[in-house]
Design a protein around this ligand. Structure first.
Ligand code: AHG
Ligand code: MN
Ligand code: MN
Length: 332
């Protein structure tokens, strides 16, 4: 396949990679793509908010301006619901999961879990944000309303996962379990083109990404690993890069080689990131690109979730770097 294929062509040509060839997953991915384009448009306009009306004020149609994370959530839910491609949605923005029972949705096999806007604190300052999604086959019987168990599956059961990064360009990166591919949006015509075929994370890297402002609250193993990163020896010291948008930090480290850590701390005893909406989809992409994802001791994708909004510590990136960090955790 040429590098100039669109995401739509790519999906059709790789149909045989999809476990279930009803076309349902393709339609689902295409709904996510549509929502991403709508969110992209809004993210690009975010800087105009002060001119066009601040949050809380009314826009030109007389509707109240929404915060972008709420807007993104609504757009993703709308796109997924109206195309009848999922039977249930769980979102970081909603306390409970959503049952979709209108039209043919109930007949769908799939549930979607998402972080509709990741890195939202960066919006006001023109820094990259993203959307993350994770897709599972429901475990309860098709045709019946979805239940909590459909969402509480270990990450290893994911059928597909990906993110959209609204960066200096907008890119959609996803996996269906056959490697990772990236598609860059040509904004002038609104089409995603295959730009990063078969993405691979280098086994080694020299970037570490962590919020060092929390250093004094980190577990000893993480402190020891950071000292190791900063030590003058061989390829070290490593360089530090932290955007504060998981999607952006992960995307950079996947391409350049590096490790991202959001550990437990005395302030956040389970870490900050959410297992179902952030860690599992990113871990699936990581593994599919040859990288590793751990909670410091065990594989993220093996964790059996107990609740929708569960948090876990997260270590993700170049294989040898994650293994080294785990060694420090083990020995601390
Ligand atoms: P969200 O905007 O969805 O709440 O996620 C923000 C997350 C993640 O993207 C980022 O890596 C992390 O929070 C940053 O947290 P700190 O500000 O604590 O470093
Ligand atoms: Mn997030
Ligand atoms: Mn979010």
């Amino acid at each position: 396949m040429g590098n100039n294929s669109t995401i739509g062509e790519f999906i059709i040509e790789s149909q045989n990679h999809f476990k279930y060839t009803s076309g349902e997953l393709s339609r689902l991915l295409s709904s996510i793509r549509l929502a991403a384009k709508v969110v992209n448009r809004e993210v690009n306009k975010a800087g105009l908010v002060d001119i066009l009306g601040a949050e809380g004020s009314e826009n030109i149609q007389g509707e109240e301006q929404q915060k972008l994370d709420v807007y993104a959530n609504d757009k993703f839910i709308e796109a997924l619901t109206s195309r009848e491609v999922v039977c249930g949605i769980a979102s970081e923005e909603n306390d409970d999961f959503i049952r979709i029972e209108n039209g043919d949705n109930i007949a769908s096999k799939y549930v979607v879990l998402m972080d509709p806007l990741d890195g939202s604190s960066n919006i006001d300052v023109n820094v990259s944000v993203g959307s993350i999604f994770s897709i599972y086959r429901r475990v309860s019987e098709t045709g019946s309303p979805v239940v909590l168990e459909d969402f509480l599956q270990p990450g290893s059961e994911q059928v597909a996962a990906g993110y959209v990064l609204y960066g200096s360009s907008t890119i959609m990166v996803y996996t269906t379990g056959h490697g990772v591919n990236g598609f860059t949006l040509d904004p002038s015509i609104g089409t995603f083109y295959l730009s990063h075929p078969n993405l691979k994370t280098p086994d080694n890297g020299n970037i570490y990404s962590i919020n060092e402002g929390n250093y004094v609250h980190f577990p000893q193993g993480v402190k020891d690993y950071l000292k190791y990163c900063q030590e003058e020896k061989g390829e070290r010291p490593y360089t530090s890069r932290y955007i504060g948008s998981l999607v952006s930090d992960f995307h950079r480290n996947m391409i350049k080689g590096g490790i991202y850590i959001y550990p437990t701390s005395t302030k956040a005893p389970n870490g900050k990131l959410r297992l179902l909406y952030e860690c599992n989809p990113i871990a699936f992409l990581a593994e599919q690109s040859g990288a590793m994802a751990s909670d410091g001791y065990q594989r993220i994708l093996d964790i059996k979730p107990e609740e929708l909004h569960q948090r876990v510590p997260f270590f993700v990136g170049s294989k040898n770097m994650v293994m080294k960090a785990m060694e420090f955790m083990e020995n601390s």
